[in-house]
Design a protein around this ligand. Structure first.
Ligand SMILES: Nc1ncnc2c1ncn2[C@@H]1O[C@H](COP(=O)(O)OP(=O)(O)OP(=O)(O)O)[C@@H](O)[C@H]1O
Ligand SMILES: [Mg+2]
Length: 366
């Protein structure tokens, strides 16, 4: 799929702006703090329903304004799709797909798909398990509404179970806990199995991407870490056992200590755990490989490539890796931000971003 136009109104530092993108490589260039990342954020908002940078939707509205708006128009294999997000200081955001308002954010999933990479994504490899879970969940949600609703259900049940645990070791606990355990294990097992399958698919693709970026110098591997179980029945049985084995501890802590909300995945380079021992450069390249592998997963699942959003990525790579990356992304519509670009791919369209305005600075040479 390709994004045809992006329109922002009173969004971040933009008053009103429409940008038409080319189907290939689009380079948004400009000095710091001009509004480059803001445009990627606007596209992401229409794909995922939230900002990659903040959970406070109101921060997205231009300072001093009451309302903001973003419209992303895409062309997919099966026709055009438009997603509009209306932001308001006084009420929740409203989203419409092809002019039809949606009542639940799950309905947005898959309308327009993107893969977003920014220097911040380094935390997929470097930071806490929750960052890696977010990586898995954001992706799987974009491909499956069912998974999105499943995660919501799981989190609701988990909240209920934790509330019960916090209430202490009373009679109500022992009679009610098994009911919640059953429900939690049921939803949890489906999440575990889906994530594990996703990692299995991701693994060979990440290996390929990583080998390409590093010229074959490093061998990367992934492994899901969590409740065991190859199928839902096995995962459910194991999860139920873990819940009952750890019941005393859970009651003491007032919190459920086992389950997909605690799971993680290991990233290893030639057998060494990258999470703990990787150099900054290795972690960055691994995170990029994960994102590039995501493109292929999407292509396999939905039959076309999502749009690739690359925020400030090239500045962090040496020239040979920059070249490799630019070659790699040729078959995907890419919107890339940078302050300056040493390599100037002739097939790219360049946009100058300055103080919340965007102008085409050079057209693709055909
Ligand atoms: N709600 C808002 N209203 C008005 N301006 C905002 C708002 N939120 C952010 N900004 C402004 O947007 C600018 C930052 O934009 P953005 O993050 O897109 O910069 P950038 O071009 O990507 O810069 P860099 O190269 O440093 O990453 C800042 O000047 C900031 O003050
Ligand atoms: Mg930026």
């Amino acid at each position: 799929m390709v994004i045809d136009t992006l329109t922002v109104k009173d969004f971040r530092n933009y008053a009103a702006q429409t940008v038409r993108f080319s189907t290939g490589l689009n380079v948004l260039a400009g000095a710091n703090a001009q509004g480059k990342t803001n445009l990627l954020e606007a596209v992401y908002l229409c794909c995922v329903g939230r900002s990659p940078r903040t959970v406070r939707d109101k921060d997205l509205i231009r300072r001093g304004r009451e309302e903001g708006r973003v419209l992303t128009e895409a062309v997919k294999r099966d026709g055009k799709t438009a997603v509009e997000v209306r932001l308001s200081k006084s009420e929740n955001k409203r989203i419409a797909v092809n002019s039809l308002p949606i009542s639940r954010i799950g309905e947005l999933m898959g309308a327009i798909n993107c893969v977003f990479f920014s220097p911040d994504e380094l935390k997929i490899v470097k930071e806490s398990p929750s960052d890696r879970r977010r990586f898995l969940d954001t992706d799987i949600c974009q491909m499956s509404k069912t998974y999105f609703y499943l995660l919501n259900r799981y989190n609701k049940i988990l909240t209920q179970r934790n509330r019960l645990l916090k209430g202490g070791d009373g009679g109500a606990l022992h009679s009610t806990l098994p009911v919640w355990d059953e429900q939690l294990a049921d939803a949890g097992a489906k999440i575990i199995v889906t994530r594990r399958k996703f990692i299995d698919k991701l693994k060979p693709l990440v290996k390929q991407e990583h080998s390409f970026l590093t010229g074959g110098a490093e061998d990367i591997d992934l492994e899901y870490e969590g409740i065991a179980g190859a199928d839902t029945a096995a995962a459910k049985a194991n999860f139920l056992k873990a819940l009952s084995d750890n019941m005393k501890r859970d009651v003491k802590h007032g919190f459920t200590g086992e389950g997909p909300h605690k799971d993680d995945f290991a990233v290893r380079l030639s057998g060494v755990d990258l999470r703990a021992f990787g150099s900054q450069g290795q972690q960055r390249t691994a995170a990029l490989s994960l994102k590039l592998a995501e493109l292929e997963i999407f292509a396999g699942e939905i039959g076309e490539y999502p749009v690739l959003l690359l925020d400030d990525v090239l500045s962090e790579l040496d020239l040979s890796r920059q070249k490799q990356l630019l070659e790699r992304i040729q078959k995907v519509q890419t919107i890339l931000t940078c302050t300056h670009l040493e390599l100037k791919p002739p097939e790219a369209v360049f946009y100058a971003v300055s103080e919340g305005t965007v102008e085409i600075s050079s057209k693709k040479q055909r």
